[in-house]
Write a protein that binds this ligand. Structure first.
Ligand code: B12
Ligand code: SF4
Length: 508
């Protein structure tokens, strides 16, 4: 079979700021399909197209989606859901024989909805223990009910097989097939001298149970690790491909401090040939302040720190963050200075909009700015199936979370705080100047995020303006606005004809 692994183009790109703008900040290849490719039975071919980052003209894209017998997608987030839904409809129109399979956090949480939108089979968890037999069944015309960990429709009925077992150690996951990745679309941005960004998964899952997070649900509360030998082997393979920056993919990086210290020793062996970045919880750095120095000396140049809030009560009650050490603003500032000393760029992520949290104001922005180089605010996004959802949904009406745009309030009484906060961030000139003169990684990050932001903002068209003004209307609820977007993009034959007739470049 010919299999196309696909990240679709941005068919719906919110305006003026794209909701999944955050993806540019951590630009790197996902390892989903490089891992799955290793699990293919013999005789099948897989190609990967990363439409998030690869600037292919529409004509090539349309040829590409006519090519496969099977399209595989990883649907991660509500921000991208509409673009994925448009892509799925387009594949069904232009290549009706192709089957579509999907996995990932969002596909798992909304499996029934995705099946209604045209996906044929949903993988409900780990690919390592089911992908091989899924491909065998599809190519042999067999039945999906023989495959563990899938959801599909049979005779109009929804069917879900028993969950696929999880591998015990992450060393059992095959080494990613790097041939699948077009590294040239991920340029190294943490150090001068060129080269590419590569990705490394040293652990999978997370032991914490934050109320909003999909990770503990998707990975069933587990966190599994790779051995240090395996990590070193993957680093060497990446360096051999011209990679000079490694982005760690772990959701739970730093959770096991003993493991992390040893891992940093492995990274240190390669510090002359690579820099690296990672997500990390604020309390990991607080618990072991020596960790930041060790990380800096092993080549760390970027940390995305999940602060969520600097208020301990909010963290406990609204987010369920389960901090291992009490935190206060002064200590967090010290952690930030520790990162600064090591020339590690700190992107701080915060959350707003939960009904128990106060409104996020300009003062909150200024406070957030004290603990990081670049504060980013995201909406509190309660997905059905996550640990805090049911209780919250009993107390408050929540908008349909299948899709999200930062301009749509999730709870009726809230406003679009994240949208405003991130605009403040963009307009914050002193912050930009500080970044500009601090060092290569800071400067590149600043210039690249502005380049991406303005590029997307200037790509204005009639459709984007229509969406924007519709979303500003006060007489419609978030669900009604969302409904209109879906109608305009999924049910309008004029839009579909226009899309299928495109030839060269399209300004999404
Ligand atoms: C790399 C990455 C990205 C890259 C994607 C790169 C690319 N070119 O595809 C970039 C930076 C672009 C990105 C963007 C975003 N991301 Co992201 N991303 C990741 C990250 C760090 C790694 C993914 C990965 O490679 N994992 C390793 C592989 C091996 O694991 P996997 O993908 O889970 O795949 C396994 C199984 O899930 C399963 N599987 C998955 N898909 C499929 C499909 C099929 C067909 C099958 C059979 C099996 C299968 O099999 C695989 C092997 O077991 C994950 C976190 C994580 N640790 O996974 C977040 C994550 C997926 N991202 C997330 C988010 C929120 C986003 C953004 C919204 C961020 C933002 N604010 O902009 C955007 C959304 C983009 C969009 N439009 O959808 C969340 C999603 C959860 C959620 N909804 O809350 C995650 C889980 C991080 C988190 N914990 O918050 N991301
Ligand atoms: S620490 Fe991070 S990955 Fe782990 S449950 Fe909380 S938000 Fe999710």
């Amino acid at each position: 079979m010919k299999i196309l692994a696909l990240n679709p183009k941005d068919f719906y790109a919110g305006w003026p700021v794209q909701s999944d703008f955050g993806r540019e900040l951590y630009r790197c290849p996902a390892l989903t399909f490089p891992v799955l490719k290793r699990l293919l039975p013999a005789g099948h071919e897989m190609r990967l197209f990363d439409g998030f980052f690869e600037p292919q003209p529409m004509r090539h894209y349309l040829e590409l989606i006519r090519w496969p017998d099977l399209v595989a997608v990883n649907i991660a987030s509500a921000y991208g859901a509409l673009s994925y839904a448009i892509a799925i409809k387009q594949i069904k129109r232009l290549n009706p024989q192709a089957r579509i399979i999907a996995g990932g956090h969002h596909a798992y949480l909304f499996r029934k909805r995705w099946l209604e939108l045209g996906v044929d089979v949903i993988a409900t968890g780990e690919g390592e223990t089911m992908f091989h037999s899924l491909i065998e069944q599809i190519s042999g015309g067999g039945h999906f009910d023989q495959v563990p960990g899938v959801a599909f429709k049979s005779g109009g009925q929804y069917v879900e097989t028993a969950p696929a077992p999880q591998i015990e150690s992450l060393d059992e996951s095959p080494e990613p097939d790097l041939d699948l990745i077009n590294f040239s679309i991920y340029p190294n941005y943490l150090s001068p001298g060129g080269g590419w960004v590569g990705s490394l998964e040293s652990s999978r899952g997370c032991i914490f149970k934050c109320k909003f997070c999909t990770t503990p649900v998707y990975w069933r509360g587990t966190q599994r690790y790779k051995s240090f030998g395996r990590v070193a082997k993957e680093i060497e393979a990446l360096l051999g491909r011209g990679v000079r920056q490694i982005n760690i993919l772990d959701d739970g990086f730093g959770n096991d401090l003993d493991y992390t210290r040893e891992l940093l020793k492995v990274f240190a062996r390669y510090r002359d040939r690579m820099t690296w970045g990672s997500f990390i919880r604020a309390d990991s750095a607080l618990k072991d302040p020596g960790l930041i120095e060790q990380a800096g000396q092993s080549g760390m140049r970027m940390a995305i720190v999940g602060f969520e809030s600097v208020d301990e009560e909010v963290l406990k009650e609204c987010i369920g963050k389960g901090m291992r050490v009490p935190l206060n603003l002064r200590e967090l500032q010290e952690v930030y200075h520790g990162f600064q000393k090591q020339k590690i760029l700190v992107i701080g992520t915060f959350i707003s909009g939960h009904p128990g949290m106060g409104p996020t104001s300009r003062a909150s922005y200024l406070e957030a700015r004290k603990v990081c180089d670049d504060p980013r605010l995201a909406d509190y996004m309660p997905f059905p199936g996550t640990l805090g959802y049911d209780k919250l949904a009993e107390q408050f009406p929540i908008k349909d979370m299948f899709f999200h745009d930062v301009k749509l309030p999730i709870f009726p009484e809230r406003s679009v705080e994240a949208f405003r906060f991130n605009l403040l961030n963009i307009l914050d000139l002193p912050r930009s100047l500080r970044l500009l003169f601090r060092g290569y990684n800071y400067r590149w990050y600043l210039l690249n995020s502005h380049r991406y932001l303005w590029k997307k903002m200037l790509r204005l068209n009639r459709r984007k303006l229509r969406d924007y003004f519709m979303m500003r209307r006060n007489d419609l609820s978030s669900d009604q606005k969302q409904g209109l977007l879906f109608k305009w993009y999924l049910d309008d034959p004029n839009y579909q004809q226009w899309l299928d007739a495109q030839d060269e470049r399209v300004w999404f």
